[in-house]
Design a protein around this ligand. Sequence first.
Ligand SMILES: Nc1ncnc2c1ncn2[C@@H]1O[C@H](COP(=O)(O)OP(=O)(O)O)[C@@H](O)[C@H]1O
Ligand SMILES: [Mg+2]
Length: 280
Amino acid sequence: MGIIEIENLSFTYEHGTRPALDGISLSVEQGDFLGVIGESGAGKSTLGHCINGIIPHHYKGDYYGSVKVKGEDTFELQLTDISKFIGTVGQDVDSSMVAAVVEDEMLYGLENFNVPREEIEERINRALEDVGISNLRERRIATLSGGQKQKVALAAILALRPEIVLLDEPTAELDPVSSRQIFELLEALNAEGITVIIIEQKVMLLTEFAKHLLVLDHGNIALSGTASEVLQQVEKMREIGINCPRVAHLSAILNERHVGNGKVVATVPEAESYVREVLA
Ligand SMILES: Nc1ncnc2c1ncn2[C@@H]1O[C@H](COP(=O)(O)OP(=O)(O)O)[C@@H](O)[C@H]1O
Ligand SMILES: [Mg+2]
């Protein structure tokens, strides 16, 4: 059984006119690195809210089906209990900050989780270092850029050492170099066994780092599978309005015509070795 099991989940917000999620079933295995993509309004954030319990505990609406985290229905769990397993960096980082200074923001969570005093310092240091923002420790949050705030939110979550990290467009305000650093950090965490679920617009990075991809379209699962299975569905991706990396597209077409080697590549260097291999 997956660490997250979703069965036939539908949700319509209290004042919504149509279901934001419309009969979704999904199983996420422990240790997965799942990328969620889809156009704006597809239901990505809503799916995230259903996984971390914000729905049904905070947002009201019509809810059908079930979401289980580690075998327990989110309806039966308290939000604080779910947050012990799942660390979330939401789409709206600004509204989630509770403290005025970076260090206090991190302390807040650690104290709430009753982390022993003697561990706190080490955890703060480590998380700030991992995210590459040790220099921001004493800064006032109000003076930070959007990208810096995203990194603070991520560090605050990582300090809590959750089993699952759920991130909703965590690189939206980051430049390409920082975005890649975040993905590399997530990859390292994932290698240690942490389950990563990331909602992300940067398909190129997802293609490279995610093990599985889920494509949402109007509250439905349009595609799901390994990253390469999904990227081979070039036509369908285009219909849904998702831009695949051009090299992924190219390799998928070659595979479709049975002149490729079956792999889908995400980066130009990979494409180069792909072509060399196919020609050889
Ligand atoms: N709080 C809300 N109340 C009513 N409708 C909402 C609310 N939040 C999102 N929606 C609607 O639910 C649908 C899915 O939204 P969302 O999950 O935010 O999509 P995405 O994250 O993929 O952009 C959209 O039609 C959106 O307008
Ligand atoms: Mg969203």
